[in-house]
Design a protein around this ligand. Sequence first.
Ligand code: S3P
Length: 435
Amino acid sequence: MNLISHQINSLNGEIICPGDKSISQRILIIGFLLNSRMEIKGFLDAEDPNSTLIALNGIGASIKKDNGLIYINKRDEHLKSPYKDLNLGNSGTGMRLIMGLISGLGINATLVGDQSLSNRPMSRVINPLKAMGAEIESNNGMAPIKILGSDICNNFHYQMPIASAQVKSCLILAALASNNSISIKEPKTTRDHTERMIEYFKGDIKYGDNQNKGLIKFNNEDLIPRESYDVVGDFSSASFIIVAALISPKSEIVIKNVGLNPTRNGLLKVLALMGGNIEIKNVKNICNEESGDIIVKSSNLNGIDISEDIIPNIIDEIPILCIAAAFAEGTTNIKNAAELRVKESDRINAMAEGLKKLNINYEVFDDGLSITGTNSFVDINEEINSYDDHRIAMSFLIAGIRSKNGIRVKNCKNIETSFPHFKDIMNSLGMKINE
Ligand code: S3P
């Protein structure tokens, strides 16, 4: 499905942020382990969380959707090694977290995914899981992944070579599912939804002090079930709306119930430094996650150097940050972000290729991009390739706001993995996106 996004004069209105993808996936897995009836509100009904849900039902979970709510019921008495492959579709989070869960449960399963997921690196979780006691076969470190039974050890310690919340969460889930303790040291702070959720269910998570920065200790103890869980809105989805309002003239929008976890909302700090007019109101704590309403007004942005430490906290927002940079005065430098090359697409190349078609000045590095923006409108006749990547597709559709004749983006179907109502929500605020 191709979409075209046209120039607009203003964006106005108020919307409710769709549910967080990372949290939706985690609450299904942790809910499965809690093995007690629980109702989930605010779940993101999109392809990635849904493939996680189907995979969990494939190993004996009883998770149902009804009227926008999710119900987790007690699971089958005997966990089953599924006779069918578990298909995680496009979801790296789904595959890596479920690898931890299956290894912890000690059952056998084969995990597969779509073409993009089948080309993403899985050794980052296979190696530590094997060191913990899992037997795993793969296609040269990629899917299909065969987990052939496991006997997970207690008190495993892992120093993560890369900053990845998926790796950290996979290992914590392997320990949790096998009733073992674990300690992990991460090189930079990554999103901490798994740790916060375990704390919410009264599990024992401790963090290292200043001498032991990045250390996370999970001490095996039974979690205590609760009857309900509320998923806050997805900051990553909100980021497309935020940048859209910043770069369009005469705009003022409100996004309600956006997740503001400090390990996720780095883009707010970056955009504030770039001169973005963004306000936060009504901050609340919902199920051990912060949420609030974000008010955004049109702004004249300026380019900045992005600091290395913030990269893991803006990793999914870098494509849309590139669009903000493309319409900012001066140069924005993004480095130390080589992880972008192993996302749903090679996001450094995908963004560079699109920016070239927009006639924006940029330079590409192995680990990032440097972008010099324009304060006028772009004129583009060529189609942009999204490389079947939701965040690339949405980023260039947002750029359409500042195009003279619209921007056509190829293969936008993948938006369904994280933000199924993107087109309708953006159009309700005043964008003009059509097929
Ligand atoms: C995620 C972690 C990040 C992020 C992904 C979701 C998660 O990946 O890019 O979209 O839910 O844990 P990495 O852990 O590979 O950085």
